[in-house]
Design a binder for this molecule. Sequence first.
Ligand code: XUL
Ligand code: CO
Length: 435
Amino acid sequence: MSDFFKGLEKVKYEGPGSTSPFAFRHYNPDEMVMGKRMEDHLRFAVAYWHSFAWEGGDPFGGRTFDRPWYGDDMEHARLKAEVAFELFGLLGTPYFCFHDADVRPEGSTYAESTKRLNEIADIFEKKMSETGVKLLWGTANLFSNRRYMAGASTNPDPDVFAYSAATIKANMDVTHRLGGENYVLWGGREGYETLLNTNMGQEFDQMGRMLNLVVEYKHKIGFKGTILVEPKPQEPSKHQYDFDAATCFAFLQKYGLENEVKLNIEVGHAFLAGHTFEHELAYAASQGILGSIDMNRNDLQSGWDTDHFPNMVPEVALAYYHILKNGGLHTGGTNFDAKLRRQSIDPEDLVLGHILGIETCARGLKAAAALIEDGTYDQFLADRYADWNSAEAQAMLKGERSLDEIAARVERDHIEPEPRSGKQEYLENLINRFC
Ligand code: XUL
Ligand code: CO
């Protein structure tokens, strides 16, 4: 035990009446929601990078946090693992997620970096079996080191492609060994700074090849988890190829991967792409590629990826509505890709930030379930499209009518559509009843 959290106790559910800042008022892991335990719906994960690797810097100033595990050697990395599992224990969160670079210092060679990763994975393996905490997903950091400045799989230098492939292999091996339930690829440098120096078609082919290699390797080693791609339109690159869910789906189809790969959708990334989070979820669900979520929120004024802990229940409720309608998160989960503000320097702030996120999600889930159980909203949607159930409408939809046959019917039957209200304000008012 480190004494980093200085005697803080495990956060418990105390019910809505509690005034303790260190209690759950809404997240009750065992409470049944639509026939399933809350914990099993939400599948919370703590992100190693924001809570343990990020030092509180911004473009105008460096480290604000003072953590005993900051340092570039394995001794510090071991202490970091110790404290990470203490936080998981305080929160009772069932999962965590990490990049290789979050958990071990980079070695001077690929072999050394891989050895270090495996040494930390040995510690994780032991702690996971002692605590029951599981790995939601693993991933490779293919964006921080300067070798990736012109891309990882999309780099003009095939040696960088090869180094990236080797790094992904090492991370998939560790994820597999730790029983990870997914493997994530986020391409922060898979894009361009300027189109002037970029052959976009060539880079897409490289990225498609890499993802096919990943899927082939998954089957080769018998990894049963889901391969997830994480869309984001820009930042750090000016333009990223995995721009949004629809762009990713086009990419997956072109390279024959639409039945092999799903998406890890993040609130702030949806916002940067000019969408709502629920838009991205609804789109992915409609194409069968909704995999997992990175939960956070962006500062609406700043226009970049601020990774705040979520605090807007109505937004989160709509997100879980789409997730519940999609049958839940399956192998996915709710990963807090969220960090403290740089002035939140106290150890307890790490606990409080996660409580904020957990509570917001719990309330959102319960609101979404209540909305579904009430049924008014789903009935509204069904009614709005009900005319498509007629024989003639179904014939059009199934491709049994040609354009000229449809035109002939419109003329013969004197069809003049009657505009109908979209009822937006009615619906917004209805949603508010549950949030
Ligand atoms: C970056 C981001 C990443 C991915 C994993 O914006 O979201 O942390 O979630 O690489
Ligand atoms: Co993310």
